[in-house]
Design a protein around this ligand. Structure first.
Ligand code: MYA
Ligand code: JJ1
Length: 388
Protein backbone atom coordinates (compact mmCIF):
# COMPACT_ATOMS: atom_id res chain seq x y z
CA UNK A 1 0.00 0.00 0.00
CA UNK A 2 2.90 2.40 0.74
CA UNK A 3 5.52 1.44 -1.85
CA UNK A 4 7.88 4.18 -0.63
CA UNK A 5 7.19 4.38 3.11
CA UNK A 6 7.44 0.57 3.48
CA UNK A 7 11.16 0.92 2.64
CA UNK A 8 11.87 3.57 5.31
CA UNK A 9 12.93 3.29 8.98
CA UNK A 10 9.62 4.45 10.41
CA UNK A 11 7.11 2.62 12.59
CA UNK A 12 5.34 0.25 10.19
CA UNK A 13 1.60 -0.34 10.67
CA UNK A 14 2.31 -4.10 10.88
CA UNK A 15 4.61 -3.56 13.91
CA UNK A 16 1.98 -1.57 15.82
CA UNK A 17 0.97 -4.54 17.97
CA UNK A 18 4.54 -5.64 18.74
CA UNK A 19 5.23 -4.29 22.24
CA UNK A 20 8.63 -6.03 22.44
CA UNK A 21 10.26 -3.45 20.14
CA UNK A 22 12.11 -0.86 22.26
CA UNK A 23 11.78 2.95 22.22
CA UNK A 24 14.60 4.74 20.44
CA UNK A 25 16.38 4.62 17.06
CA UNK A 26 15.00 2.02 14.64
CA UNK A 27 18.31 1.57 12.81
CA UNK A 28 21.85 2.60 13.85
CA UNK A 29 23.83 5.35 12.07
CA UNK A 30 26.03 4.21 9.18
CA UNK A 31 29.63 5.45 8.80
CA UNK A 32 29.65 8.82 6.99
CA UNK A 33 31.84 7.28 4.29
CA UNK A 34 28.88 5.05 3.42
CA UNK A 35 26.46 7.94 2.93
CA UNK A 36 25.74 8.26 -0.77
CA UNK A 37 27.95 11.06 -2.15
CA UNK A 38 25.88 12.35 -5.07
CA UNK A 39 22.34 13.61 -5.37
CA UNK A 40 19.59 11.17 -6.35
CA UNK A 41 18.73 11.30 -10.05
CA UNK A 42 15.80 13.43 -11.16
CA UNK A 43 13.78 13.03 -14.38
CA UNK A 44 15.88 14.45 -17.24
CA UNK A 45 14.03 17.77 -17.57
CA UNK A 46 14.79 18.78 -13.95
CA UNK A 47 17.76 19.72 -11.79
CA UNK A 48 18.50 20.19 -8.07
CA UNK A 49 18.94 23.70 -6.73
CA UNK A 50 20.33 24.44 -3.28
CA UNK A 51 18.38 27.55 -2.33
CA UNK A 52 19.91 30.76 -0.99
CA UNK A 53 17.07 32.35 0.97
CA UNK A 54 19.06 35.58 1.36
CA UNK A 55 18.52 35.98 -2.39
CA UNK A 56 15.27 37.98 -2.60
CA UNK A 57 14.50 36.74 -6.11
CA UNK A 58 14.85 33.09 -5.07
CA UNK A 59 12.79 33.71 -1.93
CA UNK A 60 10.08 35.27 -4.13
CA UNK A 61 10.09 32.14 -6.34
CA UNK A 62 9.74 29.88 -3.28
CA UNK A 63 6.97 32.08 -1.89
CA UNK A 64 5.11 31.84 -5.18
CA UNK A 65 5.54 28.04 -5.53
CA UNK A 66 4.05 27.57 -2.08
CA UNK A 67 1.36 30.25 -2.43
CA UNK A 68 0.01 28.43 -5.50
CA UNK A 69 0.76 24.77 -4.73
CA UNK A 70 1.05 24.15 -0.96
CA UNK A 71 -1.45 22.76 1.56
CA UNK A 72 -5.23 23.27 1.11
CA UNK A 73 -8.18 22.26 3.29
CA UNK A 74 -10.23 19.19 2.31
CA UNK A 75 -12.69 21.26 0.23
CA UNK A 76 -10.01 23.37 -1.52
CA UNK A 77 -11.44 26.64 -0.20
CA UNK A 78 -8.23 27.91 1.49
CA UNK A 79 -4.51 27.51 0.86
CA UNK A 80 -1.67 28.32 3.30
CA UNK A 81 0.06 31.56 2.29
CA UNK A 82 3.36 31.67 4.22
CA UNK A 83 4.96 35.14 3.79
CA UNK A 84 8.54 35.57 2.51
CA UNK A 85 9.62 36.95 5.92
CA UNK A 86 8.06 33.92 7.62
CA UNK A 87 9.86 31.49 5.30
CA UNK A 88 13.18 33.15 6.03
CA UNK A 89 12.50 32.90 9.78
CA UNK A 90 11.33 29.27 9.57
CA UNK A 91 14.25 28.11 7.43
CA UNK A 92 17.18 30.07 8.91
CA UNK A 93 17.31 29.23 12.63
CA UNK A 94 20.65 29.11 14.50
CA UNK A 95 23.13 26.78 12.75
CA UNK A 96 20.83 26.06 9.79
CA UNK A 97 22.27 24.22 6.79
CA UNK A 98 21.86 25.87 3.39
CA UNK A 99 22.17 22.41 1.78
CA UNK A 100 18.87 21.45 3.48
CA UNK A 101 16.91 24.07 1.48
CA UNK A 102 16.32 21.95 -1.58
CA UNK A 103 14.61 23.08 -4.74
CA UNK A 104 13.91 21.35 -8.03
CA UNK A 105 13.72 23.47 -11.14
CA UNK A 106 13.02 22.91 -14.83
CA UNK A 107 16.38 22.88 -16.65
CA UNK A 108 15.08 24.92 -19.57
CA UNK A 109 12.83 27.57 -18.00
CA UNK A 110 14.64 27.60 -14.60
CA UNK A 111 11.19 27.62 -13.02
CA UNK A 112 11.06 26.30 -9.43
CA UNK A 113 8.70 23.31 -9.48
CA UNK A 114 9.30 21.50 -6.18
CA UNK A 115 10.83 22.05 -2.75
CA UNK A 116 11.61 20.35 0.56
CA UNK A 117 13.44 21.71 3.58
CA UNK A 118 15.03 20.70 6.83
CA UNK A 119 16.26 22.69 9.81
CA UNK A 120 18.31 21.32 12.70
CA UNK A 121 16.74 20.93 16.15
CA UNK A 122 17.37 19.17 19.43
CA UNK A 123 14.26 17.23 20.32
CA UNK A 124 13.79 15.27 23.54
CA UNK A 125 11.86 12.01 23.47
CA UNK A 126 11.31 10.86 27.09
CA UNK A 127 14.82 11.33 28.60
CA UNK A 128 16.74 11.17 25.31
CA UNK A 129 17.77 14.49 23.69
CA UNK A 130 18.28 13.75 19.99
CA UNK A 131 19.70 15.89 17.19
CA UNK A 132 17.06 15.87 14.49
CA UNK A 133 16.00 17.58 11.30
CA UNK A 134 12.58 19.21 11.24
CA UNK A 135 11.27 18.58 7.72
CA UNK A 136 8.72 21.02 6.29
CA UNK A 137 7.46 22.72 3.11
CA UNK A 138 7.46 19.59 0.95
CA UNK A 139 5.75 20.78 -2.20
CA UNK A 140 5.40 19.54 -5.78
CA UNK A 141 3.81 21.81 -8.39
CA UNK A 142 0.21 20.83 -9.12
CA UNK A 143 1.10 19.96 -12.74
CA UNK A 144 3.75 17.43 -11.60
CA UNK A 145 1.74 15.51 -9.02
CA UNK A 146 1.54 11.69 -8.73
CA UNK A 147 4.80 11.14 -10.64
CA UNK A 148 6.67 9.86 -7.55
CA UNK A 149 8.73 13.05 -7.22
CA UNK A 150 7.99 13.33 -3.49
CA UNK A 151 9.96 10.14 -2.60
CA UNK A 152 12.96 11.53 -4.53
CA UNK A 153 12.79 14.79 -2.55
CA UNK A 154 12.48 12.89 0.73
CA UNK A 155 15.42 10.59 -0.11
CA UNK A 156 17.54 13.60 -1.11
CA UNK A 157 16.85 15.57 2.08
CA UNK A 158 17.53 12.39 4.07
CA UNK A 159 20.91 12.02 2.32
CA UNK A 160 21.86 15.63 3.07
CA UNK A 161 20.78 15.28 6.72
CA UNK A 162 22.86 12.09 7.01
CA UNK A 163 25.87 14.01 5.64
CA UNK A 164 25.67 16.15 8.80
CA UNK A 165 25.73 12.99 10.93
CA UNK A 166 22.07 13.40 11.89
CA UNK A 167 19.90 10.26 11.74
CA UNK A 168 16.46 11.30 13.05
CA UNK A 169 13.77 13.72 11.90
CA UNK A 170 10.42 15.16 13.00
CA UNK A 171 7.63 16.20 10.65
CA UNK A 172 3.89 16.74 10.48
CA UNK A 173 1.37 16.09 7.72
CA UNK A 174 -2.35 16.30 7.14
CA UNK A 175 -2.29 12.81 5.60
CA UNK A 176 -1.91 9.46 7.39
CA UNK A 177 1.44 7.77 6.78
CA UNK A 178 3.27 5.00 8.65
CA UNK A 179 3.03 5.80 11.61
CA UNK A 180 1.94 8.88 13.58
CA UNK A 181 3.28 9.29 17.14
CA UNK A 182 0.07 11.25 17.74
CA UNK A 183 -2.83 12.84 15.88
CA UNK A 184 -3.93 16.36 16.80
CA UNK A 185 -7.09 18.30 16.03
CA UNK A 186 -7.14 21.94 14.93
CA UNK A 187 -9.41 24.26 16.95
CA UNK A 188 -10.51 27.70 15.80
CA UNK A 189 -11.55 30.82 17.75
CA UNK A 190 -13.42 33.37 15.61
CA UNK A 191 -12.18 36.95 15.99
CA UNK A 192 -13.92 38.39 12.92
CA UNK A 193 -16.98 36.11 12.62
CA UNK A 194 -18.70 38.09 9.88
CA UNK A 195 -15.74 37.72 7.49
CA UNK A 196 -15.23 34.05 8.46
CA UNK A 197 -18.83 33.32 7.55
CA UNK A 198 -18.65 35.39 4.33
CA UNK A 199 -15.66 33.38 3.06
CA UNK A 200 -17.11 30.00 4.13
CA UNK A 201 -14.57 29.35 6.89
CA UNK A 202 -17.37 29.02 9.41
CA UNK A 203 -21.16 28.93 9.38
CA UNK A 204 -23.88 30.73 11.27
CA UNK A 205 -24.87 28.41 14.11
CA UNK A 206 -28.43 27.09 14.39
CA UNK A 207 -30.81 29.72 15.83
CA UNK A 208 -28.03 32.33 15.57
CA UNK A 209 -28.23 35.71 13.82
CA UNK A 210 -25.18 37.61 12.59
CA UNK A 211 -25.55 40.20 15.36
CA UNK A 212 -25.81 37.53 18.09
CA UNK A 213 -22.73 35.82 16.62
CA UNK A 214 -20.73 39.06 16.57
CA UNK A 215 -21.71 39.65 20.22
CA UNK A 216 -20.78 36.05 21.21
CA UNK A 217 -17.19 36.52 20.01
CA UNK A 218 -16.70 40.11 21.30
CA UNK A 219 -13.49 40.70 23.28
CA UNK A 220 -12.22 43.56 25.48
CA UNK A 221 -10.14 46.27 23.74
CA UNK A 222 -6.95 45.66 25.72
CA UNK A 223 -5.39 42.77 27.69
CA UNK A 224 -6.71 42.39 31.24
CA UNK A 225 -3.74 40.95 33.15
CA UNK A 226 -1.62 43.58 34.97
CA UNK A 227 2.00 43.39 33.76
CA UNK A 228 1.09 41.79 30.38
CA UNK A 229 3.49 43.15 27.74
CA UNK A 230 5.36 42.24 24.56
CA UNK A 231 8.52 40.15 24.99
CA UNK A 232 11.81 42.02 24.40
CA UNK A 233 15.45 40.98 23.86
CA UNK A 234 16.23 41.53 27.57
CA UNK A 235 13.63 38.82 28.43
CA UNK A 236 15.36 35.96 26.58
CA UNK A 237 16.99 34.44 29.68
CA UNK A 238 13.82 34.57 31.79
CA UNK A 239 11.65 33.16 28.97
CA UNK A 240 14.16 30.36 28.34
CA UNK A 241 14.02 29.36 32.03
CA UNK A 242 10.21 29.36 32.04
CA UNK A 243 9.96 27.43 28.80
CA UNK A 244 12.59 24.80 29.66
CA UNK A 245 10.94 24.05 32.99
CA UNK A 246 7.54 23.77 31.30
CA UNK A 247 8.56 21.66 28.29
CA UNK A 248 10.26 19.16 30.62
CA UNK A 249 6.73 17.93 31.45
CA UNK A 250 6.02 16.54 27.99
CA UNK A 251 7.08 13.24 26.45
CA UNK A 252 8.27 14.81 23.18
CA UNK A 253 9.42 18.45 23.17
CA UNK A 254 12.18 20.69 21.80
CA UNK A 255 15.25 21.30 23.98
CA UNK A 256 15.46 25.10 23.64
CA UNK A 257 18.45 27.14 24.81
CA UNK A 258 18.69 30.95 24.85
CA UNK A 259 19.96 31.10 21.28
CA UNK A 260 16.92 29.11 20.12
CA UNK A 261 14.52 31.23 22.16
CA UNK A 262 15.91 34.44 20.70
CA UNK A 263 15.33 33.10 17.20
CA UNK A 264 12.01 31.29 17.65
CA UNK A 265 10.26 33.53 20.15
CA UNK A 266 11.52 37.10 19.96
CA UNK A 267 8.70 39.04 18.25
CA UNK A 268 8.98 39.77 14.52
CA UNK A 269 6.20 41.83 12.95
CA UNK A 270 3.66 39.59 11.11
CA UNK A 271 5.81 36.50 11.74
CA UNK A 272 5.87 35.68 15.47
CA UNK A 273 4.39 37.49 18.48
CA UNK A 274 5.29 36.80 22.10
CA UNK A 275 3.92 38.31 25.29
CA UNK A 276 4.71 37.77 28.94
CA UNK A 277 3.49 38.73 32.35
CA UNK A 278 6.01 40.67 34.43
CA UNK A 279 4.88 40.90 38.04
CA UNK A 280 4.27 44.61 38.80
CA UNK A 281 5.69 44.05 42.32
CA UNK A 282 8.69 41.71 41.89
CA UNK A 283 9.37 42.27 38.15
CA UNK A 284 9.64 38.52 37.83
CA UNK A 285 8.50 36.99 34.50
CA UNK A 286 5.81 34.48 35.52
CA UNK A 287 3.89 33.68 32.35
CA UNK A 288 4.41 33.62 28.60
CA UNK A 289 2.33 33.17 25.45
CA UNK A 290 3.08 33.31 21.73
CA UNK A 291 1.55 32.83 18.31
CA UNK A 292 2.79 32.86 14.73
CA UNK A 293 1.20 34.48 11.68
CA UNK A 294 0.12 32.23 8.82
CA UNK A 295 -2.47 33.73 6.46
CA UNK A 296 -4.44 31.56 4.06
CA UNK A 297 -5.46 32.56 0.56
CA UNK A 298 -9.21 32.48 0.13
CA UNK A 299 -9.82 30.65 -3.14
CA UNK A 300 -12.75 31.77 -5.32
CA UNK A 301 -14.24 34.53 -3.16
CA UNK A 302 -15.32 37.84 -4.71
CA UNK A 303 -14.93 39.90 -1.51
CA UNK A 304 -11.75 38.65 0.17
CA UNK A 305 -8.33 37.35 -0.96
CA UNK A 306 -6.81 36.32 2.39
CA UNK A 307 -7.66 35.25 5.91
CA UNK A 308 -5.31 36.51 8.61
CA UNK A 309 -4.76 33.65 11.06
CA UNK A 310 -2.76 33.46 14.29
CA UNK A 311 -1.55 30.00 15.38
CA UNK A 312 -0.94 29.28 19.06
CA UNK A 313 2.76 28.47 19.54
CA UNK A 314 4.35 27.99 23.01
CA UNK A 315 2.51 29.11 26.16
CA UNK A 316 3.60 28.80 29.81
CA UNK A 317 1.60 29.76 32.88
CA UNK A 318 2.98 29.65 36.43
CA UNK A 319 0.90 32.42 38.07
CA UNK A 320 -1.71 33.77 35.63
CA UNK A 321 -4.23 31.00 34.92
CA UNK A 322 -3.61 29.63 31.39
CA UNK A 323 -7.18 30.47 30.38
CA UNK A 324 -6.72 34.14 31.38
CA UNK A 325 -3.33 34.29 29.62
CA UNK A 326 -4.81 32.91 26.38
CA UNK A 327 -7.76 35.28 26.65
CA UNK A 328 -5.20 38.12 26.61
CA UNK A 329 -3.54 36.49 23.57
CA UNK A 330 -6.95 36.53 21.82
CA UNK A 331 -7.38 40.20 22.75
CA UNK A 332 -4.03 41.28 21.27
CA UNK A 333 -4.65 39.16 18.15
CA UNK A 334 -8.04 40.87 17.72
CA UNK A 335 -6.38 44.31 18.22
CA UNK A 336 -3.89 43.37 15.49
CA UNK A 337 -6.67 42.56 13.08
CA UNK A 338 -6.39 38.74 12.91
CA UNK A 339 -9.58 37.07 11.68
CA UNK A 340 -9.12 33.77 13.53
CA UNK A 341 -6.92 32.29 16.27
CA UNK A 342 -6.04 28.62 15.73
CA UNK A 343 -4.66 26.07 18.18
CA UNK A 344 -3.92 22.36 18.30
CA UNK A 345 -5.01 20.18 21.22
CA UNK A 346 -1.33 19.78 22.26
CA UNK A 347 0.21 20.46 25.69
CA UNK A 348 -2.43 21.84 28.08
CA UNK A 349 -4.50 23.52 25.38
CA UNK A 350 -7.59 21.35 26.09
CA UNK A 351 -7.92 23.24 29.39
CA UNK A 352 -8.94 26.51 27.68
CA UNK A 353 -10.25 25.67 24.19
CA UNK A 354 -13.96 25.23 24.99
CA UNK A 355 -14.04 27.89 27.69
CA UNK A 356 -12.57 30.50 25.33
CA UNK A 357 -15.07 29.59 22.54
CA UNK A 358 -12.74 27.73 20.23
CA UNK A 359 -14.60 25.18 18.09
CA UNK A 360 -13.15 21.99 16.55
CA UNK A 361 -12.05 22.31 12.91
CA UNK A 362 -12.34 19.70 10.16
CA UNK A 363 -8.54 19.32 9.90
CA UNK A 364 -6.16 16.98 11.68
CA UNK A 365 -2.41 17.13 12.02
CA UNK A 366 -0.42 13.91 12.34
CA UNK A 367 3.01 14.09 13.99
CA UNK A 368 5.84 11.76 12.90
CA UNK A 369 9.39 10.84 13.86
CA UNK A 370 11.79 9.32 11.30
CA UNK A 371 14.05 6.50 12.54
CA UNK A 372 12.83 6.79 16.14
CA UNK A 373 10.22 4.51 17.69
CA UNK A 374 7.86 5.57 20.45
CA UNK A 375 5.98 2.44 21.42
CA UNK A 376 2.16 2.89 21.36
CA UNK A 377 2.55 6.60 20.51
CA UNK A 378 1.53 9.41 22.83
CA UNK A 379 -1.55 11.56 23.51
CA UNK A 380 -1.72 15.09 22.03
CA UNK A 381 -1.54 16.41 25.62
CA UNK A 382 1.83 14.63 26.02
CA UNK A 383 3.26 16.46 23.01
CA UNK A 384 5.23 19.67 23.64
CA UNK A 385 6.32 20.32 20.05
CA UNK A 386 4.75 22.81 17.60
CA UNK A 387 6.06 22.75 14.01
CA UNK A 388 5.33 25.66 11.66
S1 MYA B 1 3.66 18.08 5.02
C1 MYA B 1 3.07 19.12 3.73
C2 MYA B 1 3.10 18.39 2.42
N1 MYA B 1 2.75 19.25 1.33
C3 MYA B 1 1.52 19.38 0.83
O1 MYA B 1 0.59 18.74 1.26
C4 MYA B 1 1.38 20.41 -0.30
C5 MYA B 1 0.45 19.96 -1.39
N2 MYA B 1 0.82 18.65 -1.89
C6 MYA B 1 1.93 18.40 -2.63
O2 MYA B 1 2.74 19.27 -2.93
C7 MYA B 1 2.14 16.96 -3.06
O3 MYA B 1 0.91 16.28 -3.02
C8 MYA B 1 3.18 16.21 -2.18
C9 MYA B 1 3.24 14.74 -2.59
C10 MYA B 1 4.57 16.83 -2.39
C11 MYA B 1 2.80 16.27 -0.71
N3 MYA B 1 4.61 13.56 3.57
O4 MYA B 1 5.29 12.36 -5.69
P1 MYA B 1 4.15 11.46 -5.36
C12 MYA B 1 3.93 10.05 -0.12
C13 MYA B 1 5.31 12.42 3.31
O5 MYA B 1 3.61 10.64 -6.46
P2 MYA B 1 2.55 13.84 -4.94
C14 MYA B 1 5.39 18.37 5.03
O6 MYA B 1 5.87 19.26 4.41
C15 MYA B 1 2.79 9.12 -0.47
O7 MYA B 1 2.32 8.46 0.71
N4 MYA B 1 5.01 11.59 2.30
O8 MYA B 1 2.93 12.29 -4.67
C16 MYA B 1 6.24 17.39 5.82
C17 MYA B 1 3.46 8.23 -1.48
O9 MYA B 1 4.31 7.29 -0.81
P3 MYA B 1 3.77 5.77 -0.59
C18 MYA B 1 3.97 11.93 1.51
O10 MYA B 1 1.15 14.01 -4.46
C19 MYA B 1 6.88 16.43 4.84
C20 MYA B 1 4.37 9.17 -2.24
O11 MYA B 1 4.56 10.31 -1.35
C21 MYA B 1 3.22 13.08 1.72
O12 MYA B 1 2.86 14.26 -6.33
C22 MYA B 1 7.60 15.31 5.50
C23 MYA B 1 3.70 9.67 -3.51
O13 MYA B 1 4.61 10.54 -4.14
C24 MYA B 1 3.58 13.91 2.81
N5 MYA B 1 2.90 15.04 3.10
O14 MYA B 1 3.51 14.64 -3.94
C25 MYA B 1 8.27 14.38 4.49
N6 MYA B 1 2.27 13.16 0.77
O15 MYA B 1 3.57 5.18 -1.94
C26 MYA B 1 8.90 13.16 5.12
C27 MYA B 1 2.41 12.08 0.00
O16 MYA B 1 4.82 5.07 0.23
C28 MYA B 1 10.19 13.48 5.81
N7 MYA B 1 3.43 11.32 0.43
O17 MYA B 1 2.46 5.91 0.17
C29 MYA B 1 10.84 12.24 6.35
C30 MYA B 1 12.15 12.54 7.08
C31 MYA B 1 13.25 12.86 6.11
C32 MYA B 1 14.57 13.26 6.80
C33 MYA B 1 15.24 12.09 7.55
C34 MYA B 1 16.58 12.54 8.14
C35 MYA B 1 17.22 11.47 8.95
O1 JJ1 C 1 -8.90 25.48 8.63
C1 JJ1 C 1 -9.39 24.37 8.65
N1 JJ1 C 1 -10.71 24.18 8.61
C2 JJ1 C 1 -11.65 25.28 8.68
C3 JJ1 C 1 -12.22 25.63 7.34
C4 JJ1 C 1 -13.00 24.53 6.73
C5 JJ1 C 1 -13.45 24.87 5.35
C6 JJ1 C 1 -14.03 23.66 4.70
N2 JJ1 C 1 -13.13 22.55 4.62
C7 JJ1 C 1 -12.70 24.90 9.70
N3 JJ1 C 1 -13.57 25.87 10.01
C8 JJ1 C 1 -14.58 25.75 11.04
C9 JJ1 C 1 -14.30 26.82 12.07
C10 JJ1 C 1 -15.42 27.00 13.08
C11 JJ1 C 1 -15.27 28.35 13.77
C12 JJ1 C 1 -16.34 28.54 14.79
C13 JJ1 C 1 -16.36 27.40 15.79
C14 JJ1 C 1 -16.46 26.05 15.12
C15 JJ1 C 1 -15.38 25.86 14.10
O2 JJ1 C 1 -12.74 23.82 10.24
C16 JJ1 C 1 -8.53 23.13 8.75
C17 JJ1 C 1 -8.14 22.84 10.16
O3 JJ1 C 1 -9.28 22.62 10.91
N4 JJ1 C 1 -7.31 23.35 8.00
C18 JJ1 C 1 -6.93 22.54 7.03
O4 JJ1 C 1 -7.58 21.57 6.70
C19 JJ1 C 1 -5.61 22.88 6.40
C20 JJ1 C 1 -4.73 21.69 6.34
C21 JJ1 C 1 -4.44 21.06 7.68
C22 JJ1 C 1 -3.34 20.00 7.56
C23 JJ1 C 1 -2.02 20.70 7.62
C24 JJ1 C 1 -0.84 19.97 7.12
C25 JJ1 C 1 0.36 20.72 7.58
C26 JJ1 C 1 1.58 20.54 6.75
C27 JJ1 C 1 2.80 20.27 7.55
O5 JJ1 C 1 3.55 21.41 7.80
Amino acid sequence: RHKFWETQPVGQFRDAADTSLPDGPIEPPTPLSEVRADPYPLPAAFEWLTCDLDDDALLADLYSLLAHNYVEDDENMFRFNYSPAFLRWALKPPSFFRAWHIGVRAKESKKLVAFISGVPARIRARDDVVRMAEINFLCVHKKLRSKRLAPVLIREVTRRVHQENIWQAAYTAGVVLPTPITTCRYWHRSLNPKKLIDVGFSRLGPRMTMSRTVRLYKLPDAPLTPGFRRMELRDVAAVTRLLRAYLARFVVAPDFDEVDVEHWLLPQEDVVDSYLVESPETHEVTDFCSFYTLPSSVLNNANYATLKAAYSYYNVSTKTPLQQLMNDALIVAKQKNYDVFNALDVMENESFLKELKFGPGDGQLHYYLYNYRIRNGIKPSELGLVLL
